[in-house]
Design a protein around this ligand. Structure first.
Ligand SMILES: Cc1cc2nc3c(=O)[nH]c(=O)nc-3n(C[C@H](O)[C@H](O)[C@H](O)COP(=O)(O)OP(=O)(O)OC[C@H]3O[C@@H](n4cnc5c(N)ncnc54)[C@H](O)[C@@H]3O)c2cc1C
Length: 508
């Protein structure tokens, strides 16, 4: 017997599924989230939270929780062949700027990020249903019927956030093309004696292998990563992880026995796999996160990209379910996210190649390169059918373009005080943003159009105008609920801005 009709069923409660459920729940969508596992995942694997994901967590109201338990500017000590070759935080000098409040990545274990998202979800009265494995899904008339090991569920839409071995991907008949590789390593969470927990230690020995130990704030456990070249047999296989194999790897690579590992809480083997689903949607079923794309952990983009998939899809599904936007809005999920996934596969593959080369280079000073790309702030959707820019805006030079991430800045708040743009954007709404000479047009537009799902924001602060408009006198923008500039025009383009608000379901 199928239960009541849900709006959305999220299958999988990793970081992607939790972010998707949260995005929907805070828009009052009837959502349920199930996970096959008996309990929350307890490993540290995706430990890097990029600057862009921090902006999303700011919007979701959880950034303070992350900053409390995460480390920013964590120093790294790199030792090559027994010699310390660098000992500093790669982003030590990075400070917040007016357009970019989160200057660098945060390091915290993935289980903590998931815990913070679960706690936030609970505030919307949604709990993950653990121990519920989905085993098939069929589209029936206007909904999807999902069979689990326990019962049958009905939902208007399903989001498959069920990880790299996704069943949803199989059920929609998608191919997962790509390749596996030889690169592999152990990962695990252990306690460590013999090292001060004040930096991320990375060792390489061109003949022995690679090892790293990363401590976490307010936690006894560290993340171990490492591989010993001699551990592979002729077929490229290597032993199951155990405390002994982790310790042997560490000893072989560091050439000493002074560091002792103990009390493992999670251990795993990882082997590179670079694959992309040939579709991210089939009718009422979507794929997000590792279910849609997997790649090397070099650069630490997997969890971040999954969360950003969910952030792209959530507001669109809510607007369509609510009848505010046409169903065609959902087509833009794949057109926007597939190129981002392709980019992610490319940069993480390049990052892994650099890391592999550095491991075999006795003159290397960096093993895990920290890149600007890696913060994901430059990613956007300029090519998207949802990125509209008027001809008048086009002729200007400098400033942001439709499709770009909407930068932070300062603006006048409701009480006349100066606040951050991100304070004004925070929440489930879109924003009509009038800067400089377009401030009046923005006000007039929101009086004329019934913009129940939009907030008007104006700024006449020079610094903000420079960030957004370059050398121009102003600009009229619509910032999508996920913080990208959907529409860019001039003060005279209010008619086109109004049409755009209807297109994205931000006007009734
Ligand atoms: C060593 C290592 C280091 C990494 N470092 C980083 C990093 O620094 N930064 C980063 O962004 N990423 C990193 N990653 C990648 C990151 O861990 C993953 O990309 C991320 O976990 C993907 O999240 P997800 O929610 O899409 O999938 P998952 O976390 O795999 O979650 C999928 C969930 O679906 C559930 N499930 C599966 N099948 C079913 C079913 N049939 N029914 C119900 N539930 C189901 C599973 O139980 C699971 O809980 C790293 C990965 C590794 C291995």
């Amino acid at each position: 017997m199928a239960g009541p009709m849900l709006d959305v069923l999220v299958i999988g409660a990793g970081p992607t599924g939790l972010a998707a459920a949260l995005e929907l729940a805070r828009r009052d969508v009837a959502v349920r989230i199930i996970d096959a596992a008996d309990r929350p995942f307890g490993g540290s694997r995706g430990k890097g939270v990029t600057a862009r994901t921090q902006e999303i967590f700011d919007d979701l109201g959880v950034i303070d929780d992350l900053e409390r338990v995460g480390w920013r500017h964590q120093p790294r000590r790199v030792t090559v062949g027994g010699k310390v070759v660098s000992d500093s935080a790669p982003d030590a000098g990075a400070e917040p700027t007016p357009d970019r409040p989160y200057p660098s990545g945060l390091i915290l274990p993935q289980w903590r990020t998931e815990e913070i998202l679960r706690n936030r979800l609970r505030e919307s009265d949604i709990q993950v249903d653990y121990g519920v494995r989905a085993i098939s899904a069929d589209v029936v008339d206007d909904h999807v019927q999902v069979t689990t090991e326990r019962d049958s569920l009905r939902a208007r839409y399903v989001i498959g956030c069920d990880g790299g071995h996704s069943g949803v991907r199989e059920w929609i008949g998608a191919r997962f093309d790509g390749h596996g590789g030889m690169q592999a390593m152990y990962v695990g969470d252990v306690e460590v004696a013999g090292l001060a927990p004040d930096r991320w230690y990375q060792w390489t020995d061109p003949t022995a292998g690679f090892a790293a130990l990363c401590p976490f704030r307010d936690s006894a456990t560290w993340q171990f990563q490492g591989v010993q070249f001699a551990a592979f047999d002729n077929d490229g296989e290597f032993a199951e992880p155990s405390l002994d194999t982790l310790q042997q790897t560490l000893n072989a690579v560091t050439g000493e026995r002074a560091i002792q590992l103990s009390a493992p809480t999670w251990m795993s083997r990882w082997r590179v796999n670079v694959r992309l689903s040939d579709r991210f949607r089939e009718g009422r079923m979507f794929l997000a996160g590792d279910a849609a794309h997997v790649h090397s952990p070099a650069g630490g983009l997997g969890m971040n990209t999954g969360i950003q998939d969910a952030y792209n899809l959530g507001w669109k599904l809510a607007a369509v379910l609510d009848g505010r936007a046409d169903e065609r809005l959902l087509e833009t999920y794949a057109t926007e996210r597939v190129p981002i996934a392709e980019w992610t596969l490319g940069v993480s593959t390049a990052g892994l190649e650099k890391m592999t080369a550095a491991m075999q280079d006795s003159t290397a000073t960096t093993l895990i390169p920290a890149t600007e790309d890696g913060q994901q702030l430059g990613l956007g959707y300029r090519w998207s059918s949802l990125s509209h820019q008027t001809d008048a805006y086009e002729t200007r030079s400098g400033g942001v373009q439709a499709g770009d991430r909407a930068p932070d800045g300062r603006c006048t708040g409701p009480d006349g005080n100066i606040i951050r743009l991100f304070d004004a954007f925070r929440g489930t709404h879109a924003a009509v943003l009038g800067i400089g000479d377009a401030a009046e047009a923005a006000q007039a537009l929101t009086l004329r159009v019934n913009v129940g799902h939009t907030r008007t924001v104006t700024s006449d602060i020079d610094q903000t105008r420079n960030i957004y408009c370059g050398s121009s006198t102003g600009g009229l923008y619509v910032v999508r609920p996920d913080g990208y500039i959907g529409f860019a025009g001039t003060a005279d383009d209010d008619g086109e801005a109004a049409a755009y608000l209807h297109l994205i379901g931000a006007a009734d």
